[in-house]
Design a protein around this ligand. Structure first.
Ligand code: NAD
Length: 366
């Protein structure tokens, strides 16, 4: 690293982040994020106070609960939380309240993280890893905004021997707040929102259409809104993905469409996510799980985690320039073929990728 480029810390830019390494490869990719943040602190005059806490299986083992009270308290005093991943075969037989994944559901509910963001951005150096034809992948840069705390996942549920029901319920307020989030994001991008629903069949979708239309018209006149049925959206994501800017949708549709869209990028190890509430607090995490099959072997792809750090810098820490710089460095590494073994047989280790990103940051620094 070129030490002459290092600037003194600016005390006005001190942030508190709860670090949640979790299980499996979670601690490995989390470690990568810590190293990159450490370099960014020095280069950009930031102070990121990392408060490491327990979640998932690690928390079950050490504290007897997947989301201990201390973790919740720490998050209440933080600007953001950065999570590795949770889960693994060790805890698969646990009763429901001691399952690692419950830690994740609880933190989303506890902090009202209703707005889930998944950027889907393709890069020419990675086109060959996607099952889609390279010409369809050019210029894909879309943001899926998924409502995360309502709909059929959280509605009344029951089942008897012959019948079952999952009630899909949305309130005007729930739709309004996620629409405002999508509107603000669209204003920072290309200014276009596609609302994905099933308004030809579902009452909840008709409520969404009416509320989203009203909020966008009244509060975001500079944003263009189009409506699309979910079945058509599933098809258009594969045939013309570059046409989308912001895709706004409810919980269930968003779950399915975001996994479909992830295949445009080529590997699970490349996809970041953010879950935000109304106070800008966010939980940032890679989309992938704890990958027990490769844990402890230095094979984990850290790019999804590092892109999640960039999202954290942009959406919760107000450091858009630093976020863009980190993304630029990651893209430079991709151009140089610095990829882990999920993408290349002779690929690099987690720490080699981390070294390369840190090196790019040092070379790019102001
Ligand atoms: P997974 O995402 O952990 O792994 C699926 C496949 O992708 C595996 O072959 C794995 O090796 C590979 N993979 C995933 N991330 C990778 C990375 N960064 N680098 C290289 N390869 C990577 O999904 P799974 O196997 O279905 O689940 C394993 C555990 O993770 C389960 O306990 C599950 O409940 C949990 N899980 C947690 C989260 C989360 O913490 N947000 C999300 C999904 C699954």
């Amino acid at each position: 690293m070129n030490m002459s480029k290092i600037r003194p810390a600016d005390t006005g830019r001190t942030f508190r982040v709860v670090g949640l390494p979790g299980d499996g490869i979670g601690p490995e990719v989390y470690q990568s994020a810590c190293r990159v943040l450490g370099v960014m602190e020095q280069l950009y005059g930031l102070t990121v106070e990392l408060d490491e806490q327990l979640i998932g299986g690690a928390a079950v083992d050490a504290a007897g609960a997947p989301l201990p009270a201390e973790t919740i308290e720490a998050c209440k005093n933080a600007d953001a939380a950065l999570l590795g991943a949770v889960g693994g075969p060790k805890w698969d037989g646990n009763p429901a309240e001691m399952r690692p994944e419950l830690g994740l559901l609880k933190i989303r509910a506890e902090f009202n993280l209703f707005c889930n963001l998944r950027p889907i951005v393709t890069h020419p150096a990675l086109h060959s890893f996607s099952p889609l034809r390279p010409d369809r992948l050019e210029n894909v840069d879309l943001m899926i905004v998924r409502e995360l705390t309502g709909g059929s996942y959280f509605g009344k549920k029951w089942r008897d021997h012959d019948q079952a029901e999952d009630v899909c319920r949305y309130t005007r307020e729930e739709v309004e707040r996620v629409t405002r989030s999508a509107g603000r994001i669209a204003q920072q991008r290309d200014g276009r929102i596609t609302l994905v629903d099933k308004a030809n069949v579902l009452e909840t979708s008709r409520l969404w259409r009416s509320v989203v239309g009203q909020v966008i018209a009244e509060e975001f006149p500079d944003v263009a809104l189009e409506n699309m049925y979910v079945d058509a959206a599933a098809m258009h994501l594969l045939t013309r993905p570059a046409d989308f800017d912001v895709m706004l949708t409810e919980n269930l549709f968003g779950d399915i469409l975001s996994d479909e869209a992830s295949m445009l990028c080529g590997s699970l190890g490349l996809l970041p996510s953010a879950s935000l509430n109304e106070n800008r607090f966010g939980l940032y995490e890679p989309v992938h799980g704890s990958a027990p099959d490769i844990a402890g072997q230095g094979k984990a792809n850290p790019y999804a985690m590092l892109l999640s750090v960039a999202m954290m810098l942009r959406y919760s820490l107000d450091c858009a320039d630093e976020a863009a710089a980190l993304e630029k460095c990651i893209h430079a590494c991709w151009n140089e073929g610095i990829l882990t073994r999920d993408l290349r047989v002779d690929g690099c280790s987690t720490s080699e990728v981390t070294d390369a990103v840190c090196g790019q940051l040092a070379a790019l620094s102001p």
